[in-house]
Design a protein around this ligand. Structure first.
Ligand code: GLU
Length: 932
């Protein structure tokens, strides 16, 4: 909540002056019964404080808080809160006047009454509020409120305070002490402590700080010393505390022998310098730390909107409580009450009518949990403020030092080394509080996913959050994260010379440290200080992975290069010609065609030219033929040929699988130079994060490529993005878009967006660091701590955690590791289909030619017309029922046996049942036929 306040701090400073009502919103009146003097201390009741320009009056604090909550809720609330403050004239009419003031506020439809602070008036106001069912909010110490129905007291409850006081006394192991109290109220306040101490065996004496005429408090103090006591508890109004301590010093009670415990929560607001060197042990408690980031932020807002002289170091607890109270009540009304519930009813002190929402407001406030200037705001079952933190502080030579924290549930937690280190290390960060500005950039800072509402730093997680935590643990500092909404890291405006973004925030003091993907560069280094880099990187290009070229038509031929195919074809030709020639030379290849005739008239050779070619093809395609070499030479040749074929086919098969599965990416560009060269050709757009280090990098460079990029970026603002994530979306989207990004971010994105990849090498070499104001004393400490984290491997662990493990990390590596092979598409093997189809068509074409030539021959032989021969051939062809064709005889017109057809008829008769061939038939084979 407070972080949000802070983010809008700058805007709020201008907007708070606009108190106009939004016509569409319901106005809710918050009434204040305040006197017109600045806030007074807890224990005070009546005396007006002296005018102090550094303070806010109660009314100012109240009105500021109302305006601030209006601004904070402006866009998402149905309500517009209006502060209405009335000031009773205490000194003329007392409680009666307070009653009139309250009635007047109620008749003006106030839904809650804040104040008054004067003890005697609270009862009457409370009585009216309870009667009329109006929420009554008070911010001062009270032992127990008179009526508990509608009252809400934001001041820490007495019982819890007593417990805190006692914890401190126990810490110091006091066996006895003297209580200096101011008046009856302070005695009442410490009554429980006295009882507790007594029951624990601590010897207690009690003395009132009486103002005797000349001696003022000295007399009482001296009495305390004379009794030999060294330990004192002082409970008095803040206005007299300084004087009491000063007089204690005067009577020699400010030495190392004396210990003081101051119960007033505002001890820090007085000037303690005179006692810093006294060596007396002065301990106190406070509910808010003026150096705490949230309080500093409120300080800045008040200074710029309400009071330029305001100093939060002097702000009283009650003033902070007024601001917190308005904030909590307004938020409860906004979140828990409906429009109709706060509909104004005409309640007045003169009628019996009561409001319907007062009780619910106080009930909701008592069950809510909020964060404010005074820390966690929570109430116990009885409606008393509980579960708050108190700082235990000590006055030391270098001012007020926090030595521990008291919490109503955990008790007192001190850390001894805190105390030691304060002196030993002047530049130490221990116990310092920093505002750390960051922005919601993955994976540096992200909102935690949680089913319960989270507060403060707990809302965030990420690399930067973990890193700051590690540094805080090492160096002992506290921190509060502040989120920069616009995610601008920072660039210098050349005209105004002002820095924007987080760098600007650090320079202006809105934050102490800035951490995100904040690049260290020379320009920034002049304006702020950086720690040693916690990450190293460079600029590169993020773009879609290249698309794949469609598989080539003859992809089945890819396993061999063209020259291999050519040589194979040549080898094939040589081999079959060799078969033809060698077989003619080999005697063994000349064989008897009719083995039953012992002395044949002639011999035949199976390796005719055609058969040689067919045999070589059969071997090449590993199908074999009926032909088998007989002679040693031809067997040798075929053995060698088969060996050649074995190796070639195995190589082809092995390569084919790889080639078919291989994708051929089409790269539009490969690096920054080819990107710029191909921008027009492929319509590639490019961009980077606006006002980021990457955009700055290209400006003013001599390299023409970089100049072209800078020029493009300056003239194509549509392609520039406010956040890296939009650049990633554009790179993933339609069209060709190249996003210049830092390599470490590219690494993060490519782990999660598997369609993207990095192109080219890094254009530069730089790092991310934590920025802080120039000449910060804590730079060295933080740098050393970062180097230690680097050396111990902790930074690597953090990187692995946020890059590879959390929030979808490693998704793309898993995709890459998948063992499932992709099935080959038709595209990959289409060439084989086409070759088969082409072969079939060629065969059909050849058959037609062959048939025409054969028909022509037959027509000549049979002395019939070509047409007649063709008709007879076609008739036989179309007679699909029969596998027999009549042979055409010389001079015959119809089908009968012919000598030409003898070869065919031999073949056909073997399968013909109708025309049985006599066994022992010896065909007549002429030499011409064999030559064929
Ligand atoms: N790391 C950059 C910066 O610090 C933001 C991202 C970028 O410009 O690529 O400005």
């Amino acid at each position: 909540m407070w972080c949000v306040w802070t983010i809008i701090f700058v805007v709020a400073t201008q907007t708070l002056v606009l108190r106009g009502q939004d016509a569409e919103k319901k106005t809710v009146i918050l009434g204040g019964v305040f006197s017109d003097h600045p806030s007074r201390s807890t224990s005070s009741g009546d005396d007006p404080a002296p005018d102090n320009e550094a303070l806010l009056t109660d009314e100012q604090a109240f009105m500021f808080a109302v305006d601030f909550i209006n601004f904070e809720m402006q866009s998402n609330s149905f309500f517009n809160f209006q502060g209405l403050v009335k000031t009773p004239e205490y000194h003329t009419k007392g409680p009666f006047q307070a009653m009139l003031t309250t009635c007047s506020l109620i008749s003006e439809h106030a839904v809650a009454i804040f104040g008054p602070k004067e003890h005697e008036d609270i009862d009457i106001v409370q009585s009216i509020c309870d009667h009329k069912d109006i929420a009554h909010v008070i911010t001062r110490w009270m032992y127990k409120p008179p009526y508990q129905r509608s009252i809400i007291n934001f001041y820490p409850h007495s019982e819890y305070l007593t417990s805190a006081y006692f914890s401190v006394l126990t810490l110091w192991e006091w066996k006895s002490f003297t209580l200096f109290y101011e008046d009856n109220e302070s005695l009442l306040r410490l009554g429980d402590l006295l009882n507790l101490a007594k029951n624990s065996g601590i010897v207690v004496s009690v003395k009132q700080l009486s103002e005797e005429e000349n001696d003022v408090y000295r007399a009482s103090l001296k009495q305390g010393v004379r009794s030999g006591e060294r330990n004192f508890v002082i409970d008095c109004k803040i206005e007299i505390l300084e004087e009491v301590l000063r007089q204690a010093q005067q009577v020699g009670m400010m030495t190392s022998h004396y210990n003081y415990f101051i119960t007033n929560l505002d001890m820090q607001t007085i000037d303690l310098e005179p006692f810093q060197y006294s060596e007396a042990n002065i301990t106190g408690i406070r509910i808010f730390d003026p150096e705490a980031p949230l309080v500093r932020i409120m300080n800045m807002t008040i200074v710029s909107t309400v009071n330029p002289n305001f100093d939060v170091h002097q702000m009283k607890t009650e003033t902070a409580l007024i601001i917190d109270a308005v904030n909590v009540v307004a938020k409860v009304i906004d979140s828990k009450l409906s429009f109709s519930e706060v509909e104004s009813t005409n309640v007045s002190c003169n009628s019996l009518k009561t409001s319907s929402h007062g009780y619910s407001i106080s009930n909701h406030v008592k069950t809510s949990k909020n964060l404010g200037m005074t820390g966690v705001i929570e109430f116990d079952g009885d409606g008393y403020r509980s579960n708050f933190n108190l700082d235990v502080v000590e006055v030391r030579e270098d001012g007020i030092v926090k030595i521990g924290t008291w919490n109503s549930s955990k008790g007192l937690i001190t850390s001894e080394h805190v105390v030691e280190n304060v002196y030993s290390d002047p530049d130490g960060l221990r116990n310092k509080s920093f505002i750390v500005i960051t922005c919601l950039t993955d994976p540096y800072c992200m909102l935690k996913e949680s089913s319960v509402q989270l507060f403060g730093n707990d809302r965030f997680e990420g690399f930067a959050i973990d890193l700051i935590h590690e540094l805080a643990v090492m160096e002992g500092f506290n921190y509060t994260f502040l989120i920069r909404d616009d995610k601008t890291n920072g660039a210098k405006n050349e005209t105004t010379q002002k820095w924007s973004g987080m760098i600007g925030d650090v320079i202006e003091g809105t934050a102490d440290l800035a951490i995100t993907d904040l690049t260290i560069n020379a320009e920034r280094e002049e304006a702020v200080d950086f720690t040693s880099p916690f990450m190293n990187l460079g600029i590169s290009i993020l773009a879609k992975k290249p698309g794949n070229a469609p598989p080539s038509f003859f992809s089945f031929a890819d396993p061999f290069a063209l020259d291999t195919w050519t040589m194979m074809a040549l080898a094939y030709c040589c081999v079959f010609v060799s078969f033809f020639i060698l077989s003619r030379l080999c005697q063994d290849e000349w064989t008897n065609p009719y083995p039953c005739i012992e002395e044949p008239e002639f011999l035949i050779n199976q390796f005719t030219f055609r058969n040689s070619a067919w045999f070589a093809v059969g071997s090449l395609l590993q199908q074999g033929t009926e032909i088998a070499p007989i002679a040693i030479a031809t067997r040798m040749l075929s053995g060698m040929w088969w060996f050649f074929v074995l190796i070639m086919v195995s190589t082809y098969t092995a390569n084919l699988a790889a080639f078919l599965a291989t994708e051929n990416p089409i790269h539009l560009f490969t690096d920054v130079h080819s990107l710029v060269e191909n921008m027009d050709k492929h319509k590639i757009r490019l961009g980077a994060k606006l006002e980021g280090a990457t955009e700055t990098f290209f400006k003013g460079k001599d390299d023409p490529t970089y100049q072209a990029i800078a020029q493009y970026m300056a003239t194509h603002k549509d392609d520039m993005v406010r956040e890296n994530k939009y650049g990633v979306e554009m790179a993933e989207g339609e069209g060709n878009y190249a996003f210049f990004m830092e390599s470490i971010s590219i690494e993060y994105e490519t782990q999660r967006h598997c369609g993207l990849q990095q192109y080219g090498k890094l254009l530069d070499d730089k790092g991310y660091g934590i920025a802080m104001r120039k000449n910060s004393t804590y730079r060295k400490k933080l740098s050393t701590a970062i180097l230690k984290l680097q050396a111990s491997g902790e930074l690597d662990n953090l990187k692995r955690k946020w890059w590879e493990e959390k929030r979808g990390g490693g998704v793309c590596s898993l995709v890459g590791e998948s063992n499932e092979a992709d099935s080959l598409g038709l595209q990959n093997v289409q060439g084989v289909f086409y070759v088969t189809i082409f072969g079939t068509i060629l065969a059909a074409f050849l058959v037609v030619i062959e048939m025409l030539v054969a028909t022509l021959r037959i027509s000549k032989k049979a002395k019939i017309s070509f047409k007649e021969a063709l008709r007879m051939e076609m008739t036989a062809f179309l007679n699909f029922n029969s596998n027999v064709k009549p042979a055409i005889q010389e001079g015959s017109k119809s089908g009968s046996k012919s000598s030409r057809g003898s070869k065919c008829s031999r073949r056909s008769k073997s399968s013909n049942n109708n025309m049985t061939r006599p066994y022992g038939f010896i065909p007549t084979i002429t030499k011409e036929e064999l030559r064929d």
